[in-house]
Structure formats: structure tokens, C-alpha cells
Design a protein around this ligand. Structure first.
Ligand SMILES: [Zn+2]
Length: 79
């Protein structure tokens, strides 16, 4: 858990058209919003990151997505 509300720091824009759950993009400005718990996690987390319900979890640049269908891919921009 990051303990930080990413929405206070970044503005998030859904990527259109929505990427296929089978082939989610990754990148330094690509974030995944969990549709179950609503939390946002960076697609390439350097530090240990996870959403509240555990659908998204990772560290060291790799994120494991348990159920990609429950993910909204968004691009984050610093406010
Ligand atoms: Zn979640």
C-alpha cells in the first residue's frame, strides 16, 4: 500500500481507445485504476505498491495484475 492518494498529486486521463485487457500497456506515465477498490497504481512501480483489494501488486518495475478486466488504464500528469 502506498498510503498516498495519487489523485492529490496527479491528474488522470483514461487512455482512449481502452487497451485490451490481454495486452495492457506499461510506462512511466501509465497508471492502472482498479475498478474494484478505485485505487491507482503505477504500471511500473519501483517501490512496493499495491491497491487495497490486492488486484494490483508489484515492485521493482513489475506489476502483477490478477484480473486485467478490472483495470482502467489511465495516463497521469502532474497537477
Ligand atoms: Zn483494487
Amino acid at each position: 500500500m502506498t498510503g498516498v492518494d495519487m489523485r492529490k498529486i496527479y491528474k488522470f486521463y483514461p487512455i482512449e481507445p481502452a487497451p485490451s485487457p490481454d495486452d495492457l500497456p506499461t510506462g512511466g506515465d501509465i497508471y492502472y485504476e482498479c475498478k474494484d477498490c478505485g485505487q491507482i497504481v503505477l504500471s511500473v512501480p519501483r517501490i512496493k505498491s499495491a491497491c487495497e483489494c490486492g488486484n494490483l501488486a508489484g515492485q521493482g518495475g513489475k506489476l502483477t495484475v490478477k484480473d486485467p478486466v478490472k483495470v482502467t488504464v489511465v495516463r497521469g500528469k502532474l497537477k
